[in-house]
Design a protein around this ligand. Structure first.
Ligand code: ATP
Length: 266
């Protein structure tokens, strides 16, 4: 079921379309409060980076955006998170549809122990696509979008776990793209990769933002400054500051942000 969409909200100052509108979000794991009153707009076809020290809540907020946190029994979310103007935590919201629209890529490349082809075809098949020519087309198109087609096109039957870590991560990105999401969530997608693979993924992210809204958690501040349009700084579950990346790195408004981006934190 596709939910009706209201006219997308625009950010009044920037005239950008708001993809996610996060309002007054508190999140608890049992008695422990991990997020405090987070308010944030994520704009369409931009890269938004979440930065901050370990345990500050970056991954937790990221996972609220496709309800991955539903898998944690003790987790409770309060507040409002809208995607294209619809409350994604409403009882009426279709979570399968949400996860199709909002794909996720993790820190450790996690291809299925199957062929490269079957990794990419898995999602489309579960959504009912059986025609082999159509699947072939989706596999090729997704691998091309993830900038790995040329490297694997002659080895599509090879087990995805047998290619390099950097290639595995691009296979995982292709797998996420195969179900035609419009948002990609990336949780430290390059932290397990060497510098060359990291640079390939960064180039890819730059290309993908033409078509997708991307939210990336990263510990690498140079990476955030290289690839993101907006940066959000988190500390102890609070969103301290969000703004254009250049401003956050050169002229932050809060002392805590300044301390972190200048490396004086701790
Ligand atoms: N499943 C869970 N159950 C209980 N507490 C959790 C769970 N996941 C995260 N937490 C806690 O919530 C807080 C925020 O964690 P989170 O992983 O979101 O931080 P982070 O900023 O992404 O950290 P890192 O950079 O180390 O990945 C931490 O105190 C963490 O221990």
């Amino acid at each position: 079921m596709t939910l009706p969409t209201r006219e997308a909200k625009k950010d009044s100052q920037e005239e950008k379309t708001v993809k996610f509108d996060i309002q007054d979000v508190d999140l608890y794991y049992g008695d422990f409060q991990a997020l405090y009153n987070n308010n944030l707009e994520i704009h369409e076809k931009e890269v938004t980076a979440f930065i901050g020290p370990s345990g500050s809540g970056k991954s937790t907020l990221l996972k609220t955006l496709n309800r991955m946190n539903d898998l944690v029994d003790s987790c409770r979310v309060e507040g409002l998170i809208e995607l294209d103007g619809e409350d994604i935590y409403s009882d009426k919201y279709n979570v399968n549809e949400l996860r199709k629209n909002v794909g996720m890529v993790f820190q450790q490349p996690n291809p299925f122990p199957k062929s490269i082809y079957d990794n990419i075809a898995y999602g489309p098949r579960t959504h009912g696509i059986k025609d082999s020519a159509e699947l072939d087309h989706i596999v090729e198109d997704s691998l091309k979008k993830a900038a790995i087609w040329d490297e694997v096109k002659d080895y599509l039957d090879r087990n995805a776990l047998s290619v390099s870590g950097g290639q595995q991560q691009r296979v995982c990105i292709a797998r996420a793209l195969a179900v035609e999401p419009n948002v990609l969530l990336m949780d430290e997608p390059t932290s397990a990769l060497d510098p060359v693979s990291t640079s390939k993924i960064e180039d890819l992210i730059e290309e993908l933002k033409e078509d997708y809204t991307i939210v990336i958690v990263t510990h690498n501040m140079q990476q955030a400054s290289r690839i993101s349009d907006k940066t959000a700084y988190f500390l102890s579950g609070e969103l301290i500051e969000v703004g254009p990346t250049e401003q956050i790195f050169t002229n932050p408004q809060h002392e805590e942000t300044e301390n972190y981006v200048s490396g004086r934190f701790g």
